[in-house]
Design a protein around this ligand. Structure first.
Ligand code: FAD
Length: 340
């Protein structure tokens, strides 16, 4: 596959990565955003979409979801390509000083600079900690549902009590032979409407609900037969062909930790004059960046991205002198925004 050539690769489509794409456009840099998740928004969308945020300059209050929508609207004039569902994996500097960056899926980028806006790292599913779970992953133990049809006429057990667990249990009950939801308590951290729909489905006999914790798997020859669930009265063996574990996401710095950067306590040390890491040409901004008195705030990330990209310009166009123009005087920008 041919490498995608652009000025800056932005790793992470959280609020800071999205704003960085806007700043790149304003400065005259091309960029491409990559995120391991299948949607943009980072923590704002994964952790608190409906909570109001009050400390974004000039916005009295907006929900985290609205903020992400506004950021997407702001970058629209620049037609920024965004690759989702791809975690950035390896990085290599070439003799011409440009970087080759590869994702887990084999997409390759040829870039002058890299802006890491990876928050706390890539979100990965919290895995089931019982023997055999790892061996069965991708066979009968799943951490996501790619195609409902794969579960047709199967005895399916969904584990978890959040939005994903309830939404998928409700969707899977319509295709599965039998659907059982297992959660450690009779209370849920999901939207009230989903909880009500689940309770109605249980009363109507369309699915089962069991309170308990998964204790072990019975899977002779790596074929899942049943799941043992522990509860206050002892244990129950539930027949299951497929187990879908939706315990939420945990952040993991993952492959970036192997990029020979100065990483301390899971965060990348940067120079605060331009948010460059210990490897010139690689920048870290937003929650992943660390420096004395760093505040993990969206507005800090916006400022960091803006300075980092001004330095990145020198890597992309060493022969050019960038002249600063206030956006209010930037005729090209005004035209782009008008015609978007
Ligand atoms: C409950 C809660 C409330 C908050 N309220 C506020 C508030 O009111 N005001 C405020 O300013 N801040 C608030 N914050 C903090 C704010 O959300 C963070 O500071 C902000 O999200 C950081 O943005 P970011 O873009 O740096 O990282 P993130 O939002 O974490 O996004 C990082 C993205 O990078 C991706 N990624 C990571 N590694 C890779 C990889 N290897 N390859 C590809 N993609 C990768 C991740 O999947 C993720 O989408 C709150 C946080 C929480 C949890």
């Amino acid at each position: 596959m041919e490498a995608i050539k652009t000025d800056v690769l932005i790793v992470g489509a959280g609020p800071v990565g999205l704003f960085a794409a806007f700043e790149a456009g304003v400065i005259g840099l091309t960029c491409h955003i990559v995120d391991g998740l299948d949607r943009v928004g980072g923590q704002c969308i994964e952790l608190y979409p409906d909570k109001p945020i009050y400390d974004i300059p000039a916005i009295t209050s907006c929900t985290a979801r609205e903020l992400v929508e506004r950021l997407m609207e702001q970058i629209r004039p620049f037609d920024v390509p965004i690759s989702l569902g791809e975690r950035v994996q390896s990085v290599e500097q070439r003799e011409d000083h440009r970087w080759t960056v590869c994702t887990e899926k084999g997409t390759t980028f040829d870039v002058a600079a890299i802006l890491i806006a990876a928050g706390n790292g890539a979100f990965v599913p919290q895995r089931l900690q019982v023997p055999q779970a790892d061996a069965l992953e991708g066979k009968s133990v799943h951490y996501s549902v790619a195609r409902l049809a794969d579960f047709a006429d199967r005895e399916v057990l969904v584990a978890g009590g959040g939005d994903s667990a309830l939404d998928w249990a409700l969707a899977l009950k319509d295709v599965a032979k039998k659907l059982t939801l297992v959660h450690r308590r009779n209370g849920f951290s999901a939207a009230a409407a989903s909880v009500a729909a689940m309770k109605r489905a249980v009363e109507a006999g369309e699915m089962n609900f069991v309170v308990g914790m998964i204790d072990s798997l019975d899977a002779p020859d790596d074929v899942l037969r049943s799941v043992r669930v522990k509860h206050v009265d002892g244990t129950t063996d539930l027949v299951a062909d497929e187990l879908v574990v939706l315990y939420g996401l945990v952040a993991d710095l993952g492959p970036i930790a192997q990029w020979n950067l100065d990483v301390r306590g899971g965060r990348i040390e940067v120079d605060t004059s331009n948010y460059e890491s210990s490897r010139p040409g690689i920048f870290a901004v937003g929650d992943i960046a660390n420096y004395p008195n760093k505040q993990k705030l969206i507005l800090s990330g916006f400022h960091e991205a803006s300075l980092a990209l001004r330095r990145a310009f020198a890597y992309a166009y060493p022969e050019k002198k960038r002249v600063h123009v206030h956006s209010s005087y930037d005729a090209k920008l005004a035209e782009k925004v008008r015609s978007a």
